[in-house]
Design a protein around this ligand. Structure first.
Ligand SMILES: CC(C)(COP(=O)(O)OP(=O)(O)OC[C@H]1O[C@@H](n2cnc3c(N)ncnc32)[C@H](O)[C@@H]1OP(=O)(O)O)[C@@H](O)C(=O)NCCC(=O)NCCS
Length: 229
């Protein structure tokens, strides 16, 4: 049951307007593809879709994604375990699978920060689909969940200092540089020096899950695309 506690009338109106907005048309095909870019929450049955793309992309991901160095030896059962672990992750961990047609083109996650009112994004784009704007789109959708649905005050984007591809995204998406820090090295090309970028919650949004303890009406929100897997 959802309550109006803490929501002004103005905010409520804006909130309901957003929910009632019907997609005016089906999303257009993503540039260079026949289908729109779509996404949905990860499901426990997704190993069948992720197995091939994770194994195939491991070489390109292993520089900066910790799990990817082990992926060449993974069998289907290991991928299923990876999916189960992610599906059962606890808040604020949250995972989205990104597709174009029936092809998985990327993966995006929200992950905790030490400040419980902040969250960070993490992502990868599948081999063969990089440099087409998919990474930027993944971050944008994750931000939407972080600010609108969950109500975090800040979203962070953190990357190893030597990860030049990743480092292009936050300034292009309006993040400001916040600080650098040292961390343990997990992936093969990491230096251990990390850059942290931040974006503030836009003003005027109604409170989200972290303030109300419920998801409000967000589960009724419809996106203008349909995930085909
Ligand atoms: C980082 C990553 C997610 C970027 O995804 P992507 O889908 O290629 O990103 P986009 O197509 O939206 O491109 C974003 C920007 O990066 C630039 N870029 C992408 N690949 C690049 C490359 N190989 N060399 C230089 N610039 C590159 C693009 O030109 C674009 O810059 P622009 O603002 O000038 O247009 C992807 O390279 C990846 O999966 N890397 C391995 C995993 C990883 O490092 N994840 C992030 C961990 S912090």
């Amino acid at each position: 049951m959802y309550t109006l506690e803490g929501i002004t009338e103005e905010q409520l109106e804006a909130f309901v307007d957003t929910l009632q907005e019907e997609p005016k048309q089906e999303a257009a095909p993503f540039p260079g593809y026949e289908y729109p870019l779509a996404c949905r929450e990860l499901r426990s049955t997704d190993a069948q879709h992720l197995f091939r793309v994770m194994k195939r992309s491991a070489k390109h991901l292993k520089g900066y994604i910790g799990w990817a160095k082990y992926a060449p030896s993974w069998d289907y059962k290991t991928v299923q375990q990876f999916v189960n672990d992610h599906v059962n992750d606890v808040f604020p961990r949250f995972h989205l699978i990104f597709t174009i047609g029936k092809v998985v083109v990327g993966f995006g996650s929200l992950a905790p920060m030490s400040d419980p009112r902040s969250v960070q994004v993490a992502l990868w784009t599948a081999l063969g689909h990089e440099r087409r704007g998919i990474g930027k789109w993944i971050v944008t959708v994750l931000e939407w969940y972080a600010f609108h649905v969950y109500g975090f005050d800040k979203v962070y984007y953190q990357h190893d200092a030597t990860n030049r591809k990743s480092g292009k995204l936050p300034p292009a998406l309006g993040y400001r540089f916040d600080h650098s820090f040292d961390d343990e090295v997990h992936a093969m090309q990491e230096s251990g020096l990390w850059y942290s970028w931040v974006k503030d919650r836009p003003e005027g949004l109604p409170p989200g899950f972290i303030d109300t303890g419920h998801m409000g009406l967000w589960h009724k929100h419809t996106f203008p695309w349909k995930c085909l897997i």
